[in-house]
Design a protein around this ligand. Sequence first.
Ligand SMILES: Cc1ncc(COP(=O)(O)O)c(C=O)c1O
Length: 491
Amino acid sequence: MQSLLHHHRHCNWKYEELRPNIMGIDTEVPLLDGSRVPYVFLDNGASTPSFRHAFDVMGDFMPYYSGVHRGTGFKSILATQVYDEAHNLAGKFVGADLDVNTVIFVKNTTEAVNKLAKRVDWREGDVVITTMMEHHSDDLPWRMHAKVLHIGVDDRGYLDMDALRAAFATHKGHVRFVALTGASNITGIINPVHEVARLAHAEGAQVFVDAAQLAPHRGIDVLPQDDPGHIDFIAYSAHKMYAPYGIGVLIGPKAFFAKGDPDMVGGGVVDVVELDMVAWTAPPAREEAGSPNVPGAVGLAAAIHMLEAVGMDAVAAHEYDLVTYAIGRMKEIPGVRIYGPVEEDELRDKVGVIAFDVDGVPHAKTAAILSVEGGIGVRNGCFCAHPYVKRLMKVNEEDSARLTQELLDGDRSNLPGMVRASFGCYNNREDVDRLIEMLGIIARGAYKGTYEMDPRSGAYWPKEFDYPFTEYFPHFHFRPTQELTEFNEAS
Ligand SMILES: Cc1ncc(COP(=O)(O)O)c(C=O)c1O
């Protein structure tokens, strides 16, 4: 079937067109010394900026924006076709067979996992095997319903496949699901998901892959249902792939979602309602209660279109070059320690995420200096994967218990963590050079500011400095950065 998304502006995107297509790529930001520099954004693992193309296609759509599935007017019929086709594109992007699978639009990967975990017909004694490298979003939702086992990792962060096999043997007959990340949001390690799926299927379990960090970086093929290595369920987020307009994707067998009650009910999920009965409609509508995010779906479809036009292999090759270059240069800076794989032959199976720290400099301070003196946006902390970070940092049990107590007491001064630089398809070697230059300055102690730490947040900030946000974005009032004591981690 031919895609309905034939954008008249552009069909044959070239790789070099990606960077100029990033919204805000030239944005200048202020530094501590009063100068301004173009922002280097290295926090793509959290959320990527938008492709202008995604924004433009949404703009072209908005005059036709209308409620879907129920309206009879021109705009509603147009919007419905667009919305339905966006589902198909999102499914085909990961190789899903749409005869057997349904593509459900949700808010993000977190919502997808919660939905899936709620929709399983759990039985007494059911076990979910997940890993120690999961983002909390692919761990906590399962804990609400079943006994969850966390398969360990080795010192560099790789999944312990022997421990996985042993867990199947120990819990024979009870493992319902294996839920694992496609790629780690900390070390970038890509998991052998098809190998895990073969093991799981042999034991009668189903497999969920959290593709939040994989989908933006690698081509994915969930494989046909009759292949023992196929992925049963998969989820990803549009905001991590250049369409940050509030949509996420959950894909899985139609037959699974056609059974049982939807996890959320209301408008759109029914065929018939009487005062004393209700007949649910077919998925995906059955799982998309309420009026959906149609513009978000259009944005995602446009971003997918662009990524597919340049090719995910080209994205992967570019990223390999960038990661190899970055790690090679980081290794040259005394005091910089990189977590996870660093050898060239391992880097092919790692997405563009590098977690590191600088000897003797707290992670939060490094991140602050990179921002305030380098105009570089990174992230620091535990990245919503506390157990994995502590394992990689070899925090022992005693220290871990003490740190937990400190956190519960509201003191974040000793918060363990790392700094993370995560690349998007548009980052280039000049971006890496800016990072390397600043890391050299930090490692030598040659930064200029005097940084103070707020124990409530664990964040560092230079005394008497703040960003003049209103000059940049006058529509809102801003609080002083130092007052922002709540740094909730989300990615
Ligand atoms: C590996 C991984 N899984 C899940 C998530 C959750 O994604 P979202 O915040 O879009 O729900 C993230 C986001 O940071 C992630 O990195």
